[in-house]
Design a protein. Sequence first.
Length: 190
Amino acid sequence: MPEIIKELFQKAEDTLRNFISIEDNLRIMESVGVLLAEAFQRGNKVIVFGNGGSMCDAMHFAEELTGRFRKDRPALPAIALSDPSHITCVANDYGFDEVFARGVSAFAKSGDIVIGISTSGNSENVIRAMHTARSLNCSTFALLGKDGGKLKGVCDFELIVPAETTDRIQEVHIKILHILIELLESRLFQ
């Protein structure tokens, strides 16, 4: 049993090592960190969403911004589109593919940052929401996996974790989100 555990940790480490070995990923993270800080300085907000575990990551990211991460600082405006009444209302009336696009339509304004998380890059509700965000003049950022799927190339910024399993992709996604918070906090609250 310990060998299986060690092997699983090794696969997680290999996935992370592979992601950070791609120099563009580090540059994109730096750019998104600056983008987030500048948006908050202007009084804009972040809207973030995903399905399943990616929704959990979206909620985690939003609460770290509105609450506290490394240091005491003012709350930062972030919304995870996770309200069950919104999701079920929109899914019932318009279909599940519209749940995030309707939320973006309701809350986003020009200059906001919209973040979609999809381990496959093929979640239609995430894709539609990103198109809605672009039509509202929002900056768009996607956290993706595998080969990026249909969402690859749609957003202003994207980070693709080139792994095949959802768990390994999500493990890197949450590390990315934590590092982005640390970057923007260091820029805004020195």
